[in-house]
Design a binder for this molecule. Structure first.
Ligand SMILES: [Zn+2]
Length: 194
């Protein structure tokens, strides 16, 4: 890979910022079939993009600001995944009782009440995972660097869910109002992101 890294040694121009979970089974470059230099990655438990706040500026917000403001990434993908421990933690607060940092971090995710009426536990987890992705995509728009470009249509915001078992990706389709298999079938019309 020396040649490739030689070319990359003087700079980077990634196609996207990907916000993915820290989960060891979620590997952004594998999911997107990309090589070094193509993807700027922010990984944290639960693929969170916290609401912008001048009081609470953490690593995730710095990643967003740098990727959008300096690297000028044209796309941001928030990628959730199946069997996410963070989503499970939201559904079972008891499991994170003794984990104060995790408990605090979960506050950036959706409330378990939003899916309380879903009886099937598998469906409940899946719905919470999807809701979380959409919530984080919305949160991106609270970041001044993103908002400025979003209003002018200069940045694409995408919500994905990666299924660990099959390797399949579902992407949010704004017009149809649901997650659909990604990439689309050849010739299939899709709205672009959110
Ligand atoms: Zn996860």
């Amino acid at each position: 890979m020396r040649g490739m890294f030689g070319q990359l040694s003087e700079g980077q121009e990634p196609h996207a910022l990907m916000i993915a979970c820290s989960d060891s089974r979620v590997v952004p470059n594998l999911i997107t079939d990309t090589r070094p230099g193509e993807l700027f990655v922010e990984r944290n438990p639960g693929n969170i993009a916290p609401v912008f706040s001048t009081k609470l500026m953490g690593a995730a917000s710095a990643s967003i600001e740098y990727a959008v403001g300096v690297l000028q990434v044209p796309n941001i993908i928030v990628c959730g995944h199946s069997d996410c421990g963070v989503m499970k933690g939201i559904l079972s607060p008891k499991t994170v009782k003794k984990l104060p940092a995790v408990r605090h971090w979960l506050e950036f995710g959706p409330s378990p009440e939003e899916v309380a009426e879903i009886e099937d536990p598998v469906e409940r987890l899946e719905m919470l995972t999807e809701l979380n992705v959409l919530m984080q995509v919305e949160n991106l728009k609270t970041h001044p660097s993103v908002a400025a470009k979003w209003k002018k249509g200069r940045i694409g915001l995408f919500g994905w869910v990666f299924d660990i078992e099959t390797g399949a990706v579902r992407a949010w389709d704004e017009k149809k109002g649901k997650f659909l298999p990604w990439p689309p079938e050849p010739g299939e019309k899709r709205t672009k992101g959110k």
